[in-house]
Design a protein around this ligand. Structure first.
Ligand code: UDP
Length: 338
């Protein structure tokens, strides 16, 4: 890709929460988009509004397996390959850890090879989980992390770390032009109600008048970025012609405790739910906040949507889209606890 201009983008994981918003943004900016997804956690509903749209194509594919011919032999070469294909919420990525690890490693390798063959620029959706339960705060990209390599989160944390290693080996060998975004907690419309994440759980529980599940004492922190901001960061990183020569954090540096998040959601929804305290999951990070100086300097990027506004939009979406189904919602997924 030259001068930051892509014409055809592949979005692996494009039926997911982040991926579907990225497909929207890329199409709106005039690109053609081929979306790959195995629909293990992604959903066709996230793409319904795009199905009839010229320039959009969906291919059901598991990136950990050899890519289908519809992709590997496309007449038109992609300029940009975004790899967002992986379950990302702890209950989902722990439900099939082997698939998670293979998606991270084999899937990334298959897409890197496609980038090598076609000359497309490759962008990896990596994660703040590569920092594990960090003993440095806030987290800068040069921090190597504090990850339990044998715990229940390792399939994802170590899978994403292995993917980064592979990506930078491709870069060193000049086999591909690569970008790596380390994505911190992101929220917004199209999150799954059964995702098991704190934002979707708390909003859905509040709307359904159920008890709010707080793991541990609620003093652990996270920094939540609204999806539109995050997608803008991904698009800028892909378009950036200066090689960042390393990973770039993308997230909102406004840090708050889980207890504080719950208070805000209760205030926004007017719910009178009680708090149900549950054990803290194994290896649950105590604190997390991105240092985004690199993204600011390289991309001129910083989040713009305040938490209050983003939460309001997310609550409104859940209210509209899934409130009727909430009453028949299945029980929350199990998380291994220590
Ligand atoms: N959490 C919680 N209640 C829930 C779901 C999550 O208290 O119903 C906590 C979880 O233990 C973690 C934080 O909220 O400390 C964020 O969890 P999430 O699964 O959203 O993302 P993570 O950052 O852990 O990947």
């Amino acid at each position: 890709m030259k001068n930051g201009k892509a014409r055809l983008a592949i979005v692996a994981g494009g039926a997911g929460f982040l991926g579907s918003h990225l497909c929207d943004a890329l199409l709106a900016s005039g690109l053609e988009v081929v979306c790959l997804d195995d629909l293990s956690t992604g959903r066709r509903e996230n793409l319904r509004h795009l199905e009839a749209r010229p320039g959009f194509r969906f291919v059901e594919a598991n990136i950990a397996a050899p890519l289908p011919e519809a992709v590997s032999r496309m007449r038109k070469h992609p300029d940009a390959i975004f790899n967002l294909a992986c379950a990302a919420s702890p209950p989902h990525y722990q439900a099939d850890p082997e698939h998670t690890m293979l998606t991270c490693v084999m899937g990334t390798r298959n897409l890197l090879r496609l980038a090598e063959e076609t000359g497309a620029r490759f962008l990896q959706a990596s994660t703040s989980e590569v920092y594990g339960d960090p003993d440095v705060h806030p987290q800068r990209e040069d921090y190597w992390g504090h990850v339990n390599p044998t715990g229940p989160r390792a399939c994802y944390d170590e899978g994403k770390r292995a993917a980064e290693a592979l990506i930078f080996d491709f870069r060193r060998a000049r086999r591909a032009d690569v970008r790596v975004a380390r994505i911190f907690n992101t929220y917004g419309p199209r999150m799954r109600a059964d995702d098991g994440r704190v934002v979707s759980n708390v909003i859905c529980q509040a709307l359904a008048g159920e008890d709010i599940t707080v793991y541990g004492d609620g003093s652990q922190t996270r920094s939540f970025c609204y999806v539109d901001d995050l997608v803008d960061g991904l698009a800028r990183l892909m378009a950036c012609d200066t090689d960042p020569e390393g990973a770039v954090n993308l997230g909102n540096p406004v840090e708050l405790t889980v207890a504080d998040l719950v208070t805000r959601v209760l205030a926004l929804t007017g719910a009178r739910s009680r708090i149900l305290r549950l054990p803290l999951p194994t290896d649950d990070p105590r604190r997390r906040r991105p240092d985004i100086d690199r993204a600011q300097a390289l991309l001129g990027w910083h989040p713009r949507v305040p938490l209050e506004e983003g939460l309001r939009a997310t609550v409104a979406w859940f209210r509209r889209e899934i409130a009727p189904a909430l009453r028949s919602r299945p029980a929350p997924l199990d998380l291994e606890t220590g």
